[in-house]
Design a protein around this ligand. Structure first.
Ligand code: GLP
Length: 255
């Protein structure tokens, strides 16, 4: 794992946006794996800014999002389809037919998960996978206890995840209990992984991900096995790392 530590959330997020833009510049046909969550809102703002400045184009790229809630239609305001249109797709040149998310409201969610897994494989798997970090160590919606070689499937959300995500819904009881998520095995097939985590809420789990044992109890810890994984943190999220000064020696100022 390459650990890049930046002084604040803005610098960390700009760094992660820069890694995505650099990948697109190297390979305009990149298959991007995209994430949702509060952390990514600022990252997408920064990518849109770069796009408007003529620094990056999504015209030949393809994207697959990590996950979608079961039961929500693509037009539901709390769906991840809606999130992606609002925060990225409506503002960049990614052609509509090249952006993919699982469909949450189909009649057979597991059949949709299988279809999605096959579509990712047919696209040649993910080139660059962007990840956030759940406060309980989840990546996508791979909750603690997930098989470390799982493929795209339906997962029941952990209570902590439902609570964390209830801020987006009118009432906590409106948060779907299940989601379709790329599996951990699907994510591990990506050529390159960039995980962004900022703020004090992520400090303990970032330490478990980077320095703890590889365990299904903290699904993100499996990224220790990935050959090309960059973790971008701000100082707060890095505050509980035992080897922090070592990482800073290797990459001063997150360079
Ligand atoms: C959701 C998403 C995850 C994301 C997590 C963290 O649960 N499914 O992919 O990493 O939120 O979100 P935040 O950035 O708001 O902390």
């Amino acid at each position: 794992m390459k650990i890049l530590i930046h002084p604040d959330a803005g610098a960390a997020t700009e760094c992660a946006a820069g890694l995505i833009a650099a990948r697109l510049a190297r390979d305009r046909r990149t298959v991007l794996g995209l994430a949702t969550g509060g952390t990514m809102e600022d990252l997408y703002r920064r990518l849109i800014r770069r796009h408007h400045a003529g620094e990056c184009s999504f015209a030949e790229a393809t994207s697959f999002n990590l996950d979608e809630y079961v039961g929500l239609s693509p037009t539901h305001p709390c769906s991840y389809w809606h999130y992606m249109r609002h925060h990225l797709f409506d503002h960049v040149d990614l052609p509509a037919g090249q952006a993919h998310l699982p469909r949450g409201n189909g009649p057979d969610p597991q059949a949709e998960a299988d279809r999605y897994e096959n579509a990712i494989a047919a696209a040649g798997d993910i080139g660059l996978q962007l990840l956030g970090l759940g406060p309980n160590g989840h990546i996508g919606f791979n909750e603690p206890g997930s098989s470390l070689s799982s493929l795209t499937r339906v997962k029941t959300l952990a209570r902590a995840t439902i609570e964390a995500n209830s801020r987006y819904f009118d009432r906590p009881e409106d948060v779907p209990r299940r989601a379709i998520t790329m599996g951990i095995g699907t994510i591990l097939r990506a050529q390159e992984v960039v995980l962004l985590a900022v703020g004090p809420r992520k400090a303990e789990v970032a330490a478990r991900m980077i320095e703890g044992p590889v365990t299904a109890f903290c699904p993100a810890s499996v990224l220790q096995f990935h050959r090309n994984c960059t973790v971008v943190l701000d100082a707060e999220a890095a505050s509980e790392l035992a080897l922090r000064s070592y990482y800073e020696d290797i990459h001063p100022s997150g360079s």
